[in-house]
Design a protein around this ligand. Structure first.
Ligand code: AAT
Length: 275
């Protein structure tokens, strides 16, 4: 019998994936966690029925949420990831030799445990000695650490439930205080096609806090609509005009130094959300 998984991406539209095998399905203290093996995208992590990452296309998201910020900063030594329990962002951060410590603050220990077991290609760097794992709420962690991180990456679920407070002005002010002097913040900020109001609000909230605020995009096949936005707030360094010529070439599949500049050129309907 054929098994198909249906992901409701918005109220009135869904994606379906042909499933080979269900590897784990459980309720954690925070969410419903599922890992399936799919025909088209390989293993896939879903939280509350929403696709978070897949083996086939995870590199786009993890490279873009990481390398634009880390290459813009001249010497990122200490980096914080809020969320991101699958470990993909940590894997990308640790490709930068300047990084001495990468802290992962994930609310749900079960995400880390199951990704270590079933998604080793993504979670492999969680065992690195430069990685420190903290289980807890990112909002509290950021509040309790001041002037500490050169880069903060918010790799979170969508703005509902535990992640709701990770999108918006009061959290961005706390982020700014948690960053060092020339610090840079970047967050995944949803689909400008399906959630233009969220993208617009988040951009405005970041702009109220950071001297330099930029939106950039990447094409992510398994995220709703494929169009995906990231919002960056920077205290000093402009990602679009940063001189990255001396930065070492990274082993990547999506990010390039050319794309570092090009990803800030936005389609008109997205650019309009930043005015
Ligand atoms: N690397 C791509 C995977 C993710 S998962 C996002 C993680 O954020 C989840 O493991 C969730 O448990 C964690 N999280 C949610 N809220 C908090 C919080 N308040 N503090 C710490 N961690 C949190 C991102 C996928 C993006 C999907 C877009 N549709």
């Amino acid at each position: 019998m054929e098994m198909w998984l249906k992901e409701a991406q918005i109220k009135d539209a869904a994606m379906t994936y042909k499933v080979k095998e269900t590897l784990v399905r459980k309720k954690t203290n925070y969410q419903d966690l599922t890992i399936v093996d799919t025909e088209a995208f390989g293993r896939m992590l879903l939280l509350d029925g929403i696709v978070q990452t897949t083996i086939a296309d995870e590199y786009v998201y993890h490279e873009m949420i990481t390398h634009i910020a880390l290459n813009t900063h001249p010497n990122p030594e200490k980096v914080l990831v809020v969320g991101g329990g699958d470990g993909g962002t940590i894997r990308e951060i640790l490709k930068h030799s300047s990084v001495q410590k990468a802290v992962l603050c994930e609310i749900d220990a079960e995400v880390i445990k199951e990704c270590k077991k079933y998604l080793p290609e993504i979670s492999c760097a969680l065992e690195d000695e430069r990685c420190e794992i903290f289980i807890g709420d990112g909002i509290k962690y950021v509040h309790e650490h001041k002037n500490e991180f050169d880069v903060i990456i918010v790799d979170s679920t969508d703005p509902f439930g535990a992640a709701e407070g990770l999108f918006g002005g009061s959290f961005y002010r706390e982020i700014s205080d948690c960053l060092t002097k020339g610090g840079i913040f970047v967050a995944q900020t949803e689909s400008p096609f399906y959630l233009p109001d969220v993208v617009k609000r988040v951009y405005k909230d970041a702009k109220d806090v950071f001297p330099i605020t930029k939106l950039f995009m990447a094409g992510i096949p398994t995220y709703p609509s494929g169009f995906w936005s990231f919002t960056m707030g920077s205290k000093k360094y402009d990602p679009e005009n940063a001189d990255i010529s001396d930065k070492p070439e990274l082993e990547t599949k999506y990010y390039t130094k050319k794309l570092h500049k090009a990803c800030f050129v936005l389609p008109k309907f997205v650019e309009n959300l930043t005015c």
